[in-house]
Design a protein around this ligand. Structure first.
Ligand SMILES: [Zn+2]
Length: 359
């Protein structure tokens, strides 16, 4: 398939007039200029599909059930979240998870990384809920046995899970040797980041990482730890405002996640806009760095051959309508993608070379 379109190139610059060749599920060519035999997609800017690097879609059944709580009161060991789970039916939980996956896919998210609670029952429930949906899930479990680790993509833990480190030590060693993911929440509260760096086995991903010291940023870089920021979640849970620029300046691999669906829509367009706006409160972040945090950076963290428009990459791409009300009259398309593009502007979605929306 040969198409004429605008596209976001591998340097995250816009090629206004370009062409892409899609063959066998991959991008085999991407060049400047329209070609005479190319299909007309000139109204669209094509970019990599989005990757949501931190979700808890399990709590989709409890949207906005809480107000005015801090992180501990909401999601801590004895937080409100668990009380809602006790009252909900399994059917309600499964249906809501499915809805969130459909919503994410429709918004251009091809892959999400979920912290799945409730052991293997929780894992099975998520797998069943998304069975007929083309979104790809990376499932990070907890409370599972070593034998179960073959059925998941890794572990997603809280620091309190790691208080009895021995319980997880064998599992974490297994994860390291089998190239799975060890992710941990840390930094919503003070001193949590130091606790992480005291662990015998360091994580591949730290979620939140608020207010790190210079030394902790260096340690994350040295140990090639991916940092996943969830700015809307941090704001609503009164945790603070992440400083994305500080991390990108230190060449840390930074990703964005939408965190608990009970608190935030699983919408990376909303997350990007918020991250961009709040960057003005710390140090301004170039919009392209925010686009990277939902495409190429998570692809690197998850070892996916995607997240960028380049020869040989998997054709997981989305088509944004340049003439829609949000982007029409834009003087800077990269900024507009981050600052005002909405799910409704995602007209077409292609996964592995096949359209799943819009054709
Ligand atoms: Zn989380």
């Amino acid at each position: 398939m040969l198409i004429n379109c605008s596209f976001l190139d591998k340097n995250f610059e816009i090629i206004e007039e370009g062409n892409l060749v899609i063959e066998n599920g991959k991008i085999s060519e991407c060049n400047e200029g329209y070609v005479s035999d190319g299909a007309d997609f000139k109204n669209f800017v094509v970019m990599p599909s989005l990757i949501n690097t931190h979700t808890h879609i399990g709590d989709s059944f409890a949207k906005d059930a809480v107000q005015n709580l801090n992180a501990k009161e909401c999601c801590g060991k004895n937080g409100s979240k668990w009380k809602f789970y006790k009252k909900a039916s399994q059917r309600e939980i499964s249906d809501a998870m499915k809805d969130s996956c459909l919503q994410m896919l429709d918004s251009g998210i091809s892959t999400f990384v979920d912290f799945r609670e409730f052991g293997m029952n929780g894992v099975e429930q998520l797998k069943k809920s998304i069975k007929n949906i083309q979104i790809k899930a990376k499932i990070l479990a907890r409370d599972v046995q070593i034998d179960d680790l073959d059925y998941v993509d890794g572990l997603g833990l809280n620091l309190y899970n790691l208080k009895n480190f021995e319980t997880y030590e064998e599992g974490l060693k297994y994860i390291k040797t089998h190239k799975k993911i060890f992710a941990v929440h840390a930094g919503e509260a003070k001193d949590e980041i130091s606790e992480v760096f005291n662990l015998k086995i360091l994580p591949d991903m730290i979620i939140h990482f608020l207010n790190p010291s210079e030394e902790q940023i260096k340690a994350a870089g040295r140990n090639k730890i991916t940092i996943v920021l969830c700015p809307r979640s941090n704001a609503i849970l009164k945790c603070g405002i992440p400083n994305l620029r500080q991390l990108t300046d230190a060449k840390i691999n930074v990703c964005l996640g939408t965190d608990n669906v009970m608190l935030n829509s699983p919408d990376l367009w909303a997350e990007m806009e918020f991250a961009y706006k709040i960057s003005s409160l710390h140090d301004f972040v170039e919009p392209k760095e925010i686009l990277k945090a939902v495409t190429i950076n998570p692809a690197k963290a998850l070892n996916l051959n995607a997240g960028i428009i380049d020869k040989g990459k998997v054709a997981d791409i989305i088509f944004i309508n340049k003439n829609g009300l949000n982007l029409r009259h834009s003087k800077n398309l990269i900024t507009s993608l981050v600052n005002r593009c909405k799910s409704s502007d995602v007209s077409k979605i292609m996964l592995e070379g096949k359209f799943v929306k819009g054709l």
